[in-house]
Write a protein that binds this ligand. Structure first.
Ligand code: SAM
Length: 213
């Protein structure tokens, strides 16, 4: 599946040409996403998540807004044998699908899917995590920050999806709460003295924030 992204369409398609074929489970997930118009991160960003997880030697990972497990699958595959990913998803049906696929791939011992509102669930989790991936409703992004940053270890990564929101972030005074949420969040992650942030314009834009201390 070639998802529309922030880069020129030709560049996005060009990048996809180099991504090796996925295994049958990832391919099935990509087909379902396409059939249902469900927004998964896709293989270019999936690889980036897996690469960043390896770069920081991630053993404990948190995902907020995990869908049916596509991004979780990319991360779980590169965790060490005793690594653990806590994936929070509000849709019980998505979580059921995710558990099924991760079970088929024998990755289910590494991933725990929790059904609920990610912000509420995370408030009750102690941390620390080596990597946190945020992909919840965009109007919730600003409120998520006071939950994620204290739960990241120094040297850990906060990765946030849809940070360029198909270009809607360019609007100076957007009407939608989602766009305003992303704009506010982007300001907060750049201003936070404990974070060192860069935005990558892959697919719909990703913020990669290193926790400094
Ligand atoms: C863009 S999809 C996630 C896709 C997934 N990260 C992937 O790439 O495979 C966003 C998901 O987050 C879930 N979601 C949104 N806000 C949430 C919240 N506050 N708590 C839990 N799940 C949430 C939605 O149900 C949806 O499945």
């Amino acid at each position: 599946m070639v998802a529309l992204g922030m880069l020129r369409p030709g560049i996005e398609a060009y990048l996809h040409r180099f991504i090796p074929d996925r295994d049958t489970i990832l391919a099935e997930m990509e087909q379902l996403a396409e059939a249902r118009h469900f927004p998964i991160v896709g293989p270019v960003v999936g690889r980036l998540l897996a690469q960043l997880a390896q770069l920081v030697g991630a053993e404990r990972v948190l995902e907020m807004g995990a869908g049916f497990g596509y991004s979780a699958y990319w991360i779980a595959r590169v965790l060490p044998p005793d690594g653990r990913l806590l994936a929070i998803e509000r849709s019980a049906e998505n979580a059921r699908l995710a558990r099924e696929w991760l079970g088929q791939a024998r990755l289910d011992h590494k991933v725990e899917f929790i059904v609920g509102d990610a912000l509420e669930v995370v408030a009750g989790l102690p941390g620390p995590f080596d990597l946190i991936f945020v992909d919840v409703d965009k109007e919730q992004y600003p409120a998520s920050l006071s939950l994620t940053v204290p739960r990241l270890r120094p040297g850990g990564l906060l990765i946030t999806d849809n940070i360029l929101w198909s270009g809607r972030v360019l609007a100076p005074d957007p009407a939608e709460a989602s766009t305003r949420g992303i704009q506010e969040y982007t300001r907060l992650i750049y201003e936070n003295p404990d974070l060192y942030t860069t935005i990558l314009p892959l697919r719909d834009g990703l913020a990669v924030s290193l926790k400094l201390r």
